[in-house]
Design a protein around this ligand. Structure first.
Ligand SMILES: [Zn+2]
Length: 205
């Protein structure tokens, strides 16, 4: 029996414990705290995101199954950067998030892009310049996604959604199955958030 990850697209990494895939590709349903720590440790290593001076390149994470995000209060280093600031564009492509995607301790000064991802948990940010969501599916509620500009296209939201936006929300063929709410990030800004709809149907009940 082969000891390498058995995912369809070739992967040379060794299998993680008794699983059939490596730590990046196996599902994260029964991941305990130790597994989660292992995952982030290896991810930081592989993607070179543990430098003391932060990250000086854009990063693309493709085809990865993510467990719960580590919280900066509980760990000495943040999962993605040591200074809790992202100055580069991060792209998540064809990733699956088994738990909450939690960027609440990170100041996102550029863009985060999610493309063809599936979310089984919440997506939380405190500050972000721009978040782009393309061809994604959200199975659970989104309780507080905060950013300046939010750009959503061809994506499906199965549960309630709350976006807290500073400047503009752009929706292109998004589907909202339940409650969909946009708030401004301050009372003053609430009056000026721009909503752009392109090929977008809104069913108002
Ligand atoms: Zn693999």
């Amino acid at each position: 029996m082969s000891e390498t990850c058995n995912r369809r697209q070739k992967c040379e990494k060794t299998r993680y414990l008794e699983r059939e895939k490596c730590i990046f590709h196996c599902d994260k349903l029964n991941f305990d705290a130790n597994d989660i720590q292992q995952f982030w440790h290896q991810l930081r290593d592989e993607y070179n995101i543990s430098g003391v001076y932060g990250i000086n390149q854009d990063k693309v994470f493709e085809g990865i199954s993510f467990p719960k995000f580590q919280n900066a209060h509980r760990y000495p280093f943040n999962f993605f950067s040591n200074n809790n600031r992202l100055e580069r564009i991060f792209t998540f492509k064809k990733c699956v998030f088994f738990d909450d995607v939690d960027f609440t301790n990170v100041q996102i000064n550029r863009n985060i892009i999610f493309e063809e991802c599936v979310f089984y948990g919440d997506l939380k940010t405190n500050t972000a310049n721009e978040i782009e969501i393309k061809n994604c599916e959200f199975k659970k509620e989104i309780t507080a996604l905060r950013c300046k500009n939010l750009n959503i296209s061809n994506s499906k939201f199965i549960n309630n959604v709350l976006f807290i936006v500073g400047k503009e929300v752009k929706l292109i063929q998004a589907v909202f199955r339940k409650k969909f709410e946009i708030r401004g990030s301050s009372i003053l800004e609430s009056r000026y958030v721009k909503l752009s709809l392109i090929n977008q149907f809104l069913l108002i009940i």
